[in-house]
Design a binder for this molecule. Structure first.
Ligand code: P1T
Length: 418
């Protein structure tokens, strides 16, 4: 007999390949009907036989079977060593958004704690640290280029309580050496909590817990959901004490993922492996095309040998991902013309969906990063970010070429009027 948590599985996929894990981890047919996908459990409360005597489910913020199915899945994909005896969902926690996951994770810190954070992170993550938590929680945040282990070794001190890494970073695609960071951090303060935002890589391409990290975060809005139709975030813990506190915080703060979003995200994850294979392969082709294009100043892509941290990429990542950042020859006018003239790539924020997206970080996703920090990071007017979708890559290349022709027109017009 299965409990209402659907605990236990007909088979244990933990030793299976990732392409099998994305379909089966933490799942089993619904015990009452045999349905192979979990029902979307919308009930907010559960009847009790007698006060405190129930089937393990009390109230949906605390217990939701659809959310639990997703939480078990992501914990398994990120190789959390926790079992369901250690934690109800094996260390997985789902939230209303990636930022809600981050906000909850930061509550692991006492007021006034010192944190070292990657300097290049999603604009909203930067804003939460600088403009919210420095004020309300007194967090002492040092932003540091964590792609340099020397710089990290200088920033990391015995009183540093948390290290916040994003790799590859958004939008400059820096890559941080996770094992190197973990070794340096443990030496300075074995208690420091190491967190990695793994949104860009996904567990298909990189599993930070295997490199000594404690907690992984995803905005599931991106590759995990994969279809630009659900907002969510997850945390995966690898230590029982962190899981215990996160379970308390998830329930106490209440920023949980809804059952519908949990269902949509779980549905998306089932094709994560096949989607990532296509994202990885098409992005390599597009990055190479851009690297040899006369109108491109520079391409940053983890899969190119020219990437400044290519050795770390080879050591730590199983694939380069579908994100490409490049610098167009020219300035804002060329960028505008390029962005406006693409037809398949939609000009939109976000990333990781089946459809290709393009955006201008300086004006769009990273507008909340202070201008001087943007300058230091190289988030300039001619920087373009691509999220390569799963369309036929030949059509994507043709679309980019069309954009390049339009950008060239902008250059010629500017030269003629000068
Ligand atoms: O949007 P939300 O689900 O709250 O996730 C925030 C977030 C966290 N971490 C990374 C690496 C992210 O890229 C994001 C969201 N990013 C975008 C919306 C974007 O276009 O870059």
């Amino acid at each position: 007999m299965h409990s209402p948590y659907n605990r236990g599985m007909t088979h244990d996929p933990s030793s299976a390949h990732i392409g099998t894990k994305v379909v089966h981890t933490g799942q089993r047919p619904d015990p009452s009907t045999g349905a192979v996908m979990p029902p979307i459990s919308l009930a907010t409360t559960y009847e009790q036989e007698s006060p405190g005597v129930h089937k393990g489910l009390e109230y949906t913020r605390t217990h939701n079977p659809t959310r639990f199915a997703l939480e078990r899945m992501v914990a398994g994909l990120e190789n959390s060593p926790l079992t369901e005896d250690d934690d109800l969902t094996g260390g997985g926690f789902a939230f209303a958004s990636g930022l809600a996951a981050m906000a909850t994770c930061l509550e692991l810190m006492d007021a006034g704690s010192r944190i070292v954070a990657m300097d290049d992170i999603y604009g909203g993550s930067n804003r939460m640290l600088r403009r919210v938590r420095q004020r309300t929680q007194g967090l002492d945040v040092e932003f540091c280029d964590l792609s340099s282990l020397d710089r990290f070794a200088q920033a990391m001190t015995p009183v540093t309580k948390m290290v916040w890494v994003e790799t590859p970073t958004n939008p400059t695609l820096k890559v941080a050496d996770l094992s190197g960071i973990s070794a340096i951090a443990r030496k300075a303060n074995p208690e420091a909590i190491l967190v990695c935002d793994n949104t860009f890589a996904t567990p298909i391409n990189q599993t930070p817990l295997d490199h000594g990290f404690d907690i992984v975060l995803h905005s599931t809005t991106k590759y995990m959901g994969g279809h630009s139709d659900s907002l969510g975030g997850v945390l995966i813990a690898s230590k029982p004490e962190h899981a215990e506190t996160l379970r308390f915080l998830q329930n106490s703060l209440g920023a949980v993922m809804s059952p519908f979003e949990a269902y949509m995200t779980l549905r998306g994850i089932k094709t994560l492996d096949v989607r990532m294979a296509r994202h990885n392969a098409s992005a390599v082709e597009i990055a190479r095309f851009l690297a040899s294009h006369s109108q491109v100043e520079r391409v940053v892509f983890p899969g190119l040998e020219s990437h400044p941290h290519h050795e770390v990429v080879q050591k730590q990542m199983r694939g380069p991902g579908g994100m490409i950042t490049f610098y167009l020859a020219g300035g804002l006018e060329e960028s505008r013309r390029f962005l406006e003239s693409l037809e398949i790539f939609a000009l939109a924020e976000s990333l990781g969906g089946v459809e290709s997206l393009v955006e201008h970080p300086a004006i769009m996703t990273h507008a909340s990063v202070p201008p001087e920090m943007r300058r230091e990071l190289g988030i300039s007017d001619n920087m373009i970010r691509l999220s390569v979708g799963v369309e036929d890559v030949r059509d994507l290349l043709a679309d980019i070429e069309k954009g390049m022709a339009a950008a060239k027109g902008a250059r010629a017009a500017a030269a003629a009027s000068a």
